[in-house]
Design a binder for this molecule. Structure first.
Ligand code: TYD
Ligand code: MG
Length: 452
């Protein structure tokens, strides 16, 4: 693309066109294409800044795990796949006010205590505001430096001059490059900033953390537009109204995705929760119809969560189905299966299903728990509170095996549950779990017989 040429970039998905279009052909959004200067400067810089690559013998490549730095916060290390990788670009996304700045201020403090110089670039808050938060958190942060700057070129210059051990950019939406005419926060600006900071992280072999806001209207110039550039994407999940905060790795070049970190938001910042099952089951009503405990794998760790269902007569003919924390279509499918295979009549009922505690569950192994919760509310019969239920349910009502069944059963045992209802195909070798009766089932009918 010749110098000075302009292109049209969809602010929703980043699609590029040579001329203006009313509707983006890629994502279908209307009026989302904005004129931007083709980032020719980027090309030149990339070519000159990047060092010429040389082939390296496989055996001589250093193993990255040895070089990981601990953030000093166990749950944060866990979502990162075992600590911070030097030279990585990590994006932390979440709703405003959920605790992104708090978390990274705490990380900065721990890194600084290890003797690392940390540069906190803030375009959102003044030094005073950051200091106020730091005082509330009781941070010492001897080696922490604050830089109120939003110009990308100045930030890069300062990082190169100072050569810190880690950099935090709060937030990526405030950073802008003078090479582009578009406004800060537009797709092209955040992408330009992220890709230049990626090169910076790699060339100095330091970790750089980017904070990104998730906007309500979807992900306009939000973390979604950056997912493919950065090494690791972490999202705050759930709502601000809970006391705990859940961070999930949506992408990780250095570890397992879907890994979960659980924190409690306290008066003195985020405190890691080492046993999330206990937290998620804390407020569980014992012996209430519609409440069932299921075992999910969140990354490498089993977590017990409560599924709640409420089936009630609809005032308006056909019943509504509302879900929270579980995919709507999955629940619709399980309801259809219950109607056809077990003979439930749910057409005139509203069915609400949610995961208590704001967790999002997208594992098929939760199916049997969902089915049990709906059946329990429908029949108005409680499920024994000392029972855990899990297993994937097929369209014919068969119960299929799940991954990591043994880990799930052991978590149930560790938390003092007395019985686990699970896929029959997974029970081999699990009969000797002390204090836990393992009941293998082949179908939903068998499971319901065991439950009620
Ligand atoms: P913040 O990190 O500023 O959110 P973000 O950067 O994601 O926008 O945190 C905001 C919320 O956290 C705010 O509502 C106050 C609360 N909070 C605590 O409960 N305890 C604390 O120690 C701190 C620093 C914040
Ligand atoms: Mg903030």
């Amino acid at each position: 693309m010749a110098k000075g040429e302009t292109i049209y970039v969809c602010q929703n998905c980043g699609y590029r066109a040579r001329k203006w279009l009313g509707k983006c052909p890629d994502c279908g959004e209307w009026n989302s294409l904005v004129e931007e200067r083709a980032p020719v400067v980027l090309k030149g810089r990339v070519a000159s800044a990047a060092r010429r690559s040389q082939p390296i013998a496989y055996g001589e490549v250093e193993s990255q795990d040895e070089a990981r730095i601990s953030s000093g916060i166990t749950e944060f290390d866990r979502v990162l796949g075992g600590g911070i990788v030097p030279g990585s670009l990590v994006l932390i996304g979440g709703d405003p006010g959920i605790g992104k700045s708090t978390l990274l201020a705490q990380v900065a403090d721990h890194l600084s205590a290890q003797g690392l110089v940390v540069l906190y670039v803030s375009g959102e808050e003044s030094e005073r505001q950051i200091k106020m938060r730091g005082e509330r958190l009781g941070l010492e942060a001897k080696n922490l430096y604050l830089l109120p700057e939003t110009n990308l070129e100045s930030i890069i210059e300062e990082v190169e001059r100072m050569a810190p051990g880690a950099v935090i950019v709060d937030s990526i939406q405030t950073v802008f490059s003078s090479n582009l005419e578009s406004a800060p926060g537009s797709v092209s600006q955040v992408r330009e900033a992220a890709s230049r900071l990626l090169m910076l992280a790699k060339s100095l072999t330091i970790p750089i953390f980017l904070i990104g806001h998730v906007t309500k209207e979807g992900a306009i110039a939000g973390p979604k537009a950056l997912e493919h550039i950065v090494d690791t994407v972490l999202y705050f999940e759930g709502e601000r109204h809970h006391h705990h905060r859940i961070i999930r790795a949506a992408k990780n070049r250095f570890g397992a995705t879907n890994e979960l970190g659980v924190f409690e938001m306290t008066g003195r910042g985020l405190v890691p929760v080492s046993n999330p099952s206990e937290l998620f089951l804390q407020e569980r009503p014992l012996g209430a119809a519609g409440s069932v405990v299921t075992a999910c794998m969140e990354g490498t760790r089993p977590v017990l969560v409560e599924i709640q269902a409420l089936v009630s007569g609809s005032k308006y003919g056909a019943g509504r189905r509302v879900t929270q924390g579980i995919e709507f279509n999955r629940v619709a499918l399980l309801i259809a299966m219950l109607e056809k295979r077990v003979g439930f009549q749910l057409i005139g009922d509203d069915v609400f299903v949610n995961v208590a505690g704001g967790l999002e569950v997208d594992e098929p192994a939760a199916d049997l728990g969902i089915v049990a919760a709906i059946a329990s509310s429908f029949r108005n019969l409680p499920v024994d509170p000392h029972t855990v239920v899990f297993g994937e349910v097929g369209l014919t009502g068969e119960v299929r095996g799940s991954l990591q069944a043994a880990a799930r059963a052991r978590e149930a045992q560790a938390l003092g549950f007395k019985r686990i209802i699970m896929p029959a195909s997974n029970t081999a070798g699990l009969q000797k779990l002390l204090g836990l009766r393992v009941v293998g089932v082949r179908s939903v009918e068998e499971a319901l017989d065991a439950l009620f």
